[in-house]
Design a protein around this ligand. Structure first.
Ligand code: ZN
Length: 236
């Protein structure tokens, strides 16, 4: 399985705490724990040519992980269009945290993906589909002591499967981990992962991302969705 971790890599250059928590940047850190699995991982960032997402790289990628926040508007529409096409043809996509507002996720969901937010909250994650492959090894509930609150209403289409729900100490609730399918591509959105919090160091968060990559990995890649005129297979 081949995974490409995409990160805008902007906060890493501006806030020293980000690289203190996540040496090598969020992309490097995510790639680091994914390599503990039987996964071939590469990283790509906004500052690389074509955002590091060339046709050759995507052709050779089973699952893209997407982390963005301050630079959503800096990702060229042609790149979004290309990644979108790969998802429809079967490439898996795992969108983390503030990636909810990326052009790519909004295009795939077809909605604003707006939500409520507030920094520095205590989060309790609940596993509400314990038999789902993405929930393997995850307890019924676990706590993230400091994470950005994302609250409902979250303007996304009704998920195919809501696997995790979160409660925050301001009283808010949020569908914090859910799946959807677009075309032949499997998509998982997961809320924890603010750049100045420690959530990606949490073993359950890491397990969920590893599980999600396995779940999103296509059985068959590059399945074009066509609209052919079809001659009858049997006589009338
Ligand atoms: Zn954030």
């Amino acid at each position: 399985m081949k995974v490409t971790v995409w990160n805008e890599n902007i906060h890493e250059k501006e806030i020293p705490l980000v690289t203190e928590l996540y040496p090598g940047g969020l992309h490097g850190y995510l790639a680091g724990f994914l390599k503990e699995e039987d996964v071939e991982v590469r990283t790509a960032t906004l500052d690389e040519s074509e955002c590091g997402l060339t046709d050759e790289i995507l052709k050779d990628t089973d699952v893209v992980i997407w982390w963005g926040h301050a630079g959503h508007h800096l990702v060229p529409d042609e790149i979004v269009e290309m990644v979108h096409g790969y998802v429809l043809r079967g490439m898996g996509l795992v969108v983390l945290h503030s990636g909810h507002h990326s052009k790519l996720f909004r295009k795939l969901m077809g909605t604003t993906c707006n939500l409520k937010w507030r920094d520095d909250a205590r989060e309790r994650v609940w596993t509400i589909k314990p038999n789902h492959p993405i929930a393997a090894g995850i307890p019924e509930t676990f706590v993230l002591d400091c994470e950005e609150m994302y609250g409902e209403p979250f303007d996304v289409p009704e998920p195919q499967e809501t696997i995790f729900m979160s409660w925050f100490n301001g009283g808010e609730v949020f569908r914090s981990g859910f799946t959807n399918v677009r075309g032949n591509g499997r998509i998982f959105y997961f809320q924890p992962g603010h750049e100045t919090n420690r959530s990606f160091q949490n073993p359950y968060v890491q397990r969920i991302i590893k599980n999600a990559v396995r779940w999103a990995c296509p059985v068959r890649k590059n399945l074009a969705i066509e609209c052919p005129h079809a001659p009858a297979l049997e006589g009338e």
